[in-house]
Design a protein around this ligand. Structure first.
Ligand code: CP
Ligand code: NVA
Length: 321
């Protein structure tokens, strides 16, 4: 068999769990290879892998990292970026399905950041010829999880049996982290106030997908969750779209700040992680953010390499082997 015949064709990446464990691991390996090859510039083996392909970006919410890394990644793979303007206003001027059915006539893939996961699912279902990638919804942030595990592997080596503590809102970032951890045999402790825990459906999904003894545990006490963890992860207390709740959230989440005292309860040498943007003095103190333990800018860098790997797997599977 030629390598091309091994290549599996996947249409969309709406959730980490759209990949199986083997594909998620392959994505991480490929991302590491692409990171190493980046120094070769236009001589990199994948520099023309997306030659003649158009990839659109549609962002209904703000972004620095995701938008920038996708734009650069598409160009570095030889593809063309179509940056759609926010005036497309998904679901406002015309039905979501109609937007999708227009775009599939022109482009090969689209990277979408929007509000509900259901919008994204409708979009992907309507356009059977279009690869659709989740660039963050209210419920999931799967591209972030690729970069997170690439970063963890770089710093800690094989991750099976390790423990990550996520402290704060049981949100989109926590969900995708839990999904990926389940596939990779990594334990996750999530500490949140009672009303902001990871949704029960996510716990069920992660439990169902768990391999190699991976265990997901929910806590209300941050100290309990962090005890002995290899990495401590947090995210904003107020996600995009929740701005009206910011005052309440600042009060409810105050005991969940990641500070030096909390970090001291984790394993010696434990990493500090954050998807960014960060709010110093809220979910993390400035000293932890700037500490030796902090790998937040490695995570940001790895968004690029992880998403290039993902694009190859979706759009040029033969080049992804
Ligand atoms: N972490 C992340 O997704 O950053 P942006 O919102 O800036 O894309
Ligand atoms: N949970 C945050 C992540 C930002 C990258 C949000 O959805 O706003």
């Amino acid at each position: 068999m030629t390598p091309a015949t091994h290549a599996r064709t996947r249409k969309d990446f709406l959730s980490v769990l759209d990949l199986d464990a083997a594909d998620f691991e392959r994505c991480l390996q490929l991302a590491a290879q692409l990171k190493a090859d980046r120094a070769l510039g236009r001589h990199a083996p994948t520099a023309d892998a997306l030659n003649g392909r158009h990839v659109a970006l549609l962002f209904d919410k703000p972004s620095l990292r995701t938008r920038t890394t996708f734009e650069i990644g598409i160009r570095e793979l030889g593809g063309h970026v179509v940056a759609l303007q926010p005036d497309v206003a998904l679901g406002c001027r015309e039905p979501v399905a109609d937007v999708a059915r227009n775009l599939e006539r022109w482009v090969d893939a689209i990277i979408v950041r929007t509000f509900s996961q259901a919008i994204l699912q409708d979009f992907a279902a309507a356009a059977t010829r279009l690869h659709v990638v989740n660039a963050l919804t209210d419920q999931e942030h799967p591209c972030q999880a690729i970069a997170d595990f690439l970063t963890l592997q770089e710093h800690l080596g094989p991750m099976r049996g390790r423990t990550i503590a996520f402290v704060g809102d049981g949100n989109n970032v926590a969900t995708s982290l839990a999904h990926a951890a389940a596939l990779l045999g990594v334990h996750v402790h999530v500490a949140s106030p009672e009303a902001y825990q990871l949704p029960h459906a996510v716990v069920q999904q992660a439990t169902g997908a768990a391999r190699l003894g991976a265990r997901l545990r929910l806590f209300t006490d941050a100290a309990d969750a962090v005890a002995g963890a290899d990495a401590v992860y947090t995210d904003t207390w107020t996600s995009m779209g929740q701005e009206a709740e910011a005052g309440v959230r600042r009060r409810v989440f105050a005991p969940y700040q990641v500070n030096e005292a909390l970090m001291a309860l984790a394993k010696p040498g434990a990493l500090f992680m954050h998807c960014l943007p960060a709010h110093r003095g809220e979910e993390v103190t400035a000293d932890v953010f700037e500490s030796e333990a902090s790998v937040v800018f490695d995570q940001a860098e790895n968004r690029l390499h992880g998403q290039k790997a993902l694009l190859l797997m979706l759009l040029a599977p033969a080049a992804a082997l």
